[in-house]
Design a protein. Structure first.
Length: 231
């Protein structure tokens, strides 16, 4: 069994409007997943420094950020990052340029856990429905190509308020959507913005939203998670 999660950490700014990366690390430890896709993992302006200092993650968790070799001080690529337990073997990683109106990107990591290989794509899609569908099409094409090698997970904040339309329709033609639940806003969830999807070769048997007092305060999104097996 492998536990995976997706979490928009809002640059470590909580619902009290205070930046506190330590609270995010506390929530990551609560989730206790093997692989976690993060969104808004870097600050928006300036050097785009990581929202969670590397030393804090190293000292207070069993996680490390997969190095994307893009910017020295950043954790991710356009705010997207993937964390893995220290025991996970990372075999490859990549950044992806996708169609965008505002700066957006997606990332991929290929790793081995417990003798099983799989790849995970992390994403944070546009606020515009038209651009979301263009981005979904680009990511689907890349993920299907990767699926020829290994089973594939797709995780992130899709920014899709529709229950079944828009980019969800595009993704579900190619991948299975895991029903996790409403994750936004963390103080009173009304929207299912954060999603986990997977290809054939992966089975999900339990999923949900991580709703704890710490998570309700640490970010404006709640984390979503799924327990999966890989064939």
């Amino acid at each position: 069994m492998i536990k995976v999660a997706s979490y928009n950490i809002h640059k470590a700014v909580g619902t009290d409007r205070r930046r506190n990366p330590g609270r995010i690390v506390d929530v990551l430890n609560e989730i206790d997943a093997d692989v976690i896709a993060l969104q808004e993992a870097d600050r928006r302006f300036g050097t785009r420094a990581a929202a969670i200092p590397e030393k804090l993650l190293e000292m207070h968790s069993d996680y490390r950020a997969i190095p994307l070799d893009v910017q020295i001080d950043s954790m991710g690529w356009h705010g997207n990052a993937i964390l893995v337990r220290n025991s996970v073997e990372v075999l490859a990683h990549d950044i992806m340029h996708i169609p965008c109106l505002e700066p957006r990107g997606a990332i991929m990591a290929h790793f081995q856990i417990g003798g099983k290989q799989l790849a995970a794509f992390g994403m944070h899609l546009d606020l515009s429905g038209l651009w979301r569908r263009r981005q979904a099409a680009a990511i689907i094409k890349l993920a299907q190509a990767k699926e020829e090698e290994v089973p594939v997970l797709l995780m992130g904040d899709l920014n899709e308020w529709s229950a079944a339309g828009g980019c969800l329709k595009d993704f579900t033609r190619a991948f299975e959507m895991v029903e996790c639940g409403r994750s936004f806003h963390s103080r009173g969830p009304i929207a299912t913005l954060d999603r986990i999807m997977h290809s054939a070769g992966i089975q999900s048997f339990e999923a949900g939203v991580h709703d704890s007092p710490a998570a309700r305060k640490a970010s404006d999104h709640l984390p979503v998670w799924a327990k999966i097996t890989v064939d």
